[in-house]
Design a protein around this ligand. Structure first.
Ligand code: G4P
Length: 531
């Protein structure tokens, strides 16, 4: 098969949601529809239950599970679908942000009872930054949820994206009758079942057809007609190009646990979701159909066996054809590497892969040569854009509690932060190390792993910093002065960028006001300027 056909076949996406909205359930149902798994329950939730914050066995177990379910591939119709899993736990949000760099589109699950939640909001910000196309699935219609139009309004307002419902629910909760697909003009009657595969679709091309009243009752049929009219008046027609540009999100309603509305979602997804896209680099745009291979690392996962410190680096192929046993150029290290056992992931098993195409994700066994954002090419030197570090939310100083093991600690913290578990900032002079995360759990994970994998012991001392700002200025002298005056708050990130750690938003505002020549950014690619 030609490279162009292979590319066109692939759809690589992620499912995102606030924890508990139904991401795991939906993932599983999609795999079920795709025939990748035979029974429900095969995909374990990779979220760490709230009670398990200090249960390290649980953390280890969860890490194992999320390796197995990091990428799930299945065929549906004539498409090869790669679902990239994103951790549900909020403390691993950074991991999710990075995984989103490797997808071409997302499905966002919203709980119809709870509406837009904190995590949904943040994930959407990341999608908006990259203009990632989004399909929204409003889940749990079998529960007494909120009014659908209220939910649509909330999504538009809170997530700052235009929406267009492609289906409408008929009643909800215990009276939920099903959905009417406005686009394809069929009625999907709700029959709760966790095992059925196909939905029963009833073609009703005219919404005024009396058949609709017969199926759902006069009252609900009348309401549906009114709602459909509202949609026609209030919302623009669905324009697939606007969706592809990330400006408009089509919305579906369903109940993932009951396999309801999932097929409709999947059918539309394969119809409209984008094929693998290229990526911007610091020197040029890389197109997927280029002959030469380009790939980038977006996730690194430690293997489970602490005796072997090898890891799996997940590489998204951007262009060309990746081949086993072939040398590729590691841009950052300026060295060539070849891989004898690259793997792909099929639901729960890993398989050695001989070739992979744009949109695919391959797992590369690594002994410490990779960090997030690294690029492999066939010789060209560039950096993929759009894999920034974002400001962590919690900062602590790393204190070595066993001076005999300084080397191990240094190596351990460097490798763990290469994996993206947390961010490391260093302050000179003095070589003080500050670790930044988005959740408390990360510190426990780091301490535990440093001890068990590197034999180093440490403690974390709270510091009063709340924000990291990457600094830039067109006036080098002003920047230099600022760095000198504020040396207590100035650190370097792992790539050597100058970062200001702000004690509070108030301080940050003051520094900004006092230093108009300096730009303060919440990300290392200088995209989100503090305003
Ligand atoms: P997450 O990955 O987004 O965190 O959510 P997950 O799929 O684990 O779903 C969270 C809970 O919501 C689960 O219940 C799941 O069964 C339930 N759920 C998912 N879809 C629907 C739906 O359409 N309707 C209803 N009523 N519930 C739904 P749980 O009790 O936390 O777990 P479990 O014991 O059922 O697995």
């Amino acid at each position: 098969m030609s490279q162009a056909i292979e590319i066109e076949k692939r759809r690589t996406f992620g499912i995102i949601s606030h924890p508990d909205a139904g991401k795991t359930t939906l993932t599983e149902k999609l795999l079920l529809f795709g025939g990748a798994i035979q029974v429900a329950g095969a995909v374990k939730s990779n979220k760490i239950k709230k009670t398990a914050t200090s249960d390290f066995m649980e953390i280890e177990k969860q890490r194992g599970i999320s390796v197995a379910t990091s990428v799930m591939t299945f065929e549906y119709r004539d498409k090869l679908i790669n679902i990239l899993d994103t951790p549900g736990h909020k403390d691993f949000a950074e991991d999710t942000y990075r995984t989103l760099t490797a997808v071409d589109s997302v499905i966002m699950v919203v709980d119809s009872v709870k509406g837009v939640e904190e995590q949904t909001r943040r994930l959407m910000e990341v999608c908006a930054m990259r203009k990632t196309p989004v399909i929204v699935f409003i889940n749990k219609l079998d529960r007494e949820g909120r009014d659908p139009f209220d939910l649509l309004d909330e999504i538009e307002k809170e997530l700052k994206i235009r929406v267009r419902p492609l289906s409408l629910p008929i009643n909800r909760g215990s009276l939920f009758k099903g959905v009417y697909n406005l686009h394809k003009k069929y009625l999907n009657l709700f029959k709760p079942s966790t095992t059925k595969i196909a939905d029963e679709l009833l073609q009703i091309t005219d919404i005024n057809d009396a058949e609709l009243d017969k199926q759902v009752g006069e009252k609900d049929a009348a309401q549906l007609r009114e709602d459909a009219e509202t949609v026609e008046i209030v919302y623009d027609n669905f324009d697939v190009n606007e969706y592809l540009k990330g400006n408009l999100a089509p919305v579906f309603f369903g109940s993932a646990v009951n396999n309801f509305g999932v097929q409709e979602l999947l059918d539309t997804f394969v119809e409209i979701a984008p094929a693998p896209r290229g990526r911007e680099t610091d020197i040029r745009f890389v197109q997927p159909d280029e002959k030469k291979m380009t790939g980038f690392i977006f996730k690194i996962h430690a293997n489970l066996d602490p005796k072997h410190r090898d890891r799996i680096a997940f590489m998204r192929i951007v262009s060309g054809k990746f081949e086993r046993h072939t040398y590729y150029h590691h841009v950052r290290l300026n060295k060539n590497f070849r891989f004898s056992t690259p793997v792909t992931f099929m639901a729960q098993s890993k398989n050695i892969v001989d070739v992979a195409y744009p949109g695919d994700v391959v797992g590369l066994y690594d002994t410490g040569n990779f960090k997030i954002g690294d690029v492999l090419t066939e010789g060209e030197n560039f950096q993929i854009k759009g894999i920034p570090s974002f400001s962590p939310e919690i900062f602590k100083e790393l204190i070595n509690t066993d001076p005999m093991k300084s080397k191990q600690l240094e190596k351990g913290i460097t490798q763990l932060t290469d994996e993206g578990v947390a961010q490391l900032f260093t302050q000179q002079p003095g070589n003080r190390k500050f670790v930044g995360t988005v959740g408390e759990l990360q510190f426990e994970v780091i301490q535990y792993r440093l001890q068990h994998e590197y034999g180093a012991s440490c403690r974390f001392q709270p510091i009063s910093m709340t924000r990291a700002c990457w600094l830039r200025s067109n006036n080098p002298q002003k920047l230099e002065d600022f760095v000198r005056f504020k040396s207590a708050n100035i650190v370097q990130d792992k790539d050597g960028h100058t970062v200001y750690l702000a004690p509070s938003d108030w301080f940050l505002k003051m520094e900004r006001d006092n230093n108009p020549d300096i730009e303060f950014h919440f990300d290392s690619e200088f995209k989100t300027e503090v305003v």
